[in-house]
Write a protein that binds this ligand. Structure first.
Ligand code: 9MR
Length: 473
């Protein structure tokens, strides 16, 4: 269902050339910042987002993948995908018990061939719901819902990064309550929790998200309703991992509280994602503000725009996307690319933790090098919340020659899973966790430092110190 809140409809008309000229200036300014902060600016949206450990995706339709410009633009620019309609109930189980996955499989194989993350959209939603579902009795509806979740998730198991388990279950307007739907009306509020528990039992590796629109403005009743649900779920151990903010905006872009909203949800211990971004007339400034809100929140793991080109947008009259109808990059494209290249929150502006940095391994090398590269690594917890914490590791080049590559290894405590790492590539070496430099931060001059970070999902407290060892070439 299209968003019905004021943000979408209110602010459509703008003089296009004026907006473009203004935003070109903004983009250029951001470009300078980006150059200062990043050695090698990436030239695609996906690669630029990856530099801060995030993804940048697009919704696609299987029936356009055969169009060469569409496929080329999508395959080149994006590193994540959401099937726009192909995984919905009416596409996957039009008649009861008869499942069809052809169109979705096509999108999934294309994504896998290009190493993209895949967001599954969506398992339980009142729209695009075949009539037979609405006509069931309560107990039959419950088993049909369980079976649908189970069959669809099993078919795609191991391939999906995050599922929109339940979509748009809250009402518009000031009630802050659940909306009326066949699920709500027959099963009550509990259908959402039940859907998440069922989904978790089928695929506990996929991130399980609640997804909705008009929940971007912090004080809105709808936002508060969803926030209270997520808070309750987290407090009772209902398996929810993420919240999707659809982000269908009017031409002035996100509400000024958007970053606050994302941070507040993240502080509950869930990832947050912008899942269906599009902005009327695509002003570059509005896009920049939106992307920056995500980049400023460590647990904002990625952004998806709701389409590749204006040509096929569900809001065609609004021209809301980053590529125009002829696949030309718009000013908003450049603004987004520059914002992504400027990097995201990798070191939040908090005071360093009180824990002292650990010393490098105590065993001295048998023949200590008197010259050449050397490194040390130190650990600091920079943020923590009920469901996890954030770590910043500083790698210091302590030898007489520059490092050209480095690897930090440590023993990650049991029950403390790393959910995201940035500015380093995570790996393992035996029982140890490793972090290897990326293509842009392997080289560190003598005396200089570089850093990487990671997030840990856990109910435990962070270790006050951690022994890190740094190896180099
Ligand atoms: O973009 C989708 C469009 O092609 C469909 O006709 C429409 C049908 O409801 O759904 C659109 O996608 C919606 C998404 O699945 C959920 N949030 C709102 C999106 C725009 O309506």
């Amino acid at each position: 269902m299209p968003p019905t809140g004021g943000s979408l409809a209110r602010r459509r008309s703008r003089v296009r050339t004026a907006v473009t000229a203004l935003t070109a200036t903004v983009a250029a300014t951001i470009g300078l910042v980006s150059l200062a902060g990043t050695a090698n600016a990436a030239n695609t949206l996906g690669a630029a987002a990856a530099s801060s450990g995030r993804y940048f995706g697009a919704a696609v339709a299987a029936n356009h993948l055969g169009e060469s410009q569409y496929a080329a633009t999508f395959d080149t620019e994006f590193n994540a995908v959401t099937p726009e309609n192909e995984m919905k109930w009416d596409a996957t189980e039009r008649s009861r018990g008869s499942f069809s996955f052809g169109a979705a499989d096509q999108i999934v194989s294309n994504a896998q061939a290009h190493g993209m993350k895949i967001r599954g959209h969506t398992l339980v939603w009142h729209n695009q719901l075949p009539g037979w579902v609405s006509n069931l009795s309560a107990s039959d509806l419950q088993s049909a819902m369980d079976n649908h979740i189970t069959q669809v998730m099993t078919h795609f198991k191991g391939k999906i990064y995050a599922w929109d388990v339940v979509n748009e279950a809250f009402a518009d307007g000031g009630s802050g309550q659940h909306r009326s739907s066949p699920f709500q009306d027959k099963l009550g509020n509990g259908f959402i929790e039940h859907a998440f528990r069922t989904a978790h039992s089928v695929d506990s590796n996929a991130k399980l998200c609640y997804n909705d629109y008009n929940i971007e403005n912090w004080t809105d009743a709808k936002t508060q309703g969803v926030y209270n649900m997520v808070k309750d779920f987290k407090s009772r151990g209902v398996p929810i991992d993420c919240v999707g903010f659809q982000s269908h905006f009017g031409s002035s872009g996100p509400p000024s509280s958007f970053q606050t909203t994302l941070s507040n949800f993240a502080a509950l211990g869930v990832d947050v994602q912008l899942t269906e971004l599009d902005i009327a007339q695509a002003p570059a400034t509005a896009y920049t503000n939106t992307v920056k809100a995500c980049l400023s929140v460590a647990r904002c793991t990625g952004i998806t725009v709701w389409g590749v080109t204006d040509k096929y947008s569900w809001r065609s009259g609004d021209n809301p996307l980053l590529f125009d109808g002829s696949y030309n990059k718009k000013a908003a494209y450049t603004a987004v690319l520059n914002a992504l290249n400027a990097g995201g929150v990798t070191t939040p502006p908090t005071t360093p933790s009180t824990s002292p940095p650990t010393t490098p391994p105590t065993t001295p090398p048998t023949t200590p090098p008197t010259s050449g590269p050397l490194c040390t690594a130190s650990y600091a917890v920079t943020n923590s919340w009920a469901g996890g914490y954030q770590v910043d590791v500083t790698v210091k080049s302590t030898g007489t020659a520059a490092l050209s590559a480095w690897t930090v290894s440590w023993s990650q405590p049991t029950g403390q899973t790393i959910s995201q790492m940035w500015n380093a590539v995570q790996g393992t070496s035996g029982a140890l966790t490793t972090a290897h430099n990326t293509s842009y931060n392997g080289s560190v001059a003598p005396g200089a430092t570089t850093s990487f970070g990671y997030l840990v999902d856990t109910g435990q407290t962070p270790p006050s110190a951690l022994q890190l060892s740094c190896t180099f070439t």
